[in-house]
Design a protein around this ligand. Structure first.
Ligand SMILES: [Zn+2]
Length: 105
């Protein structure tokens, strides 16, 4: 027998607004806004020859809160260090240490 439960169960995920599959716009820090040795929220550059941190400008709070919920978006980012453009998964961002000039290995 089918029992209809009232829709008040805990653990129900908050309904998220449907976001467009369009690429997310992300502002990145300029190299001169970054301090070597500091941790920055962002991605490591996909360019192997670069590999430096592409840091997010912390302006996302100005967006609507819904923007933070859309973790599956891709962001087209241009590395401020080497100019390489690539797609980065928004949910894959993390804290990375900014390092400069890796002389050798
Ligand atoms: Zn780069």
């Amino acid at each position: 027998m089918a029992i209809k439960r009232p829709s008040k169960s805990l653990g129900t995920p908050v309904r998220r607004p449907v976001t467009s599959p369009a690429l997310r716009h992300v502002d990145v820090r300029a190299p001169n806004q970054m301090v070597p040795g500091e941790l920055y929220l962002g991605w490591m550059c996909k360019n192997k020859a670069c590999g430096r941190v592409i840091a997010i400008v912390p302006a996302q709070a100005a967006d609507s809160p819904a923007a933070a919920a859309s973790d599956d978006q891709l962001a087209a980012l241009k590395c401020p260090h080497c100019g390489n453009e690539d797609l980065y998964r928004w949910s894959a961002r993390g804290e990375h240490k900014y390092t400069v000039a890796s002389t050798g290995a």
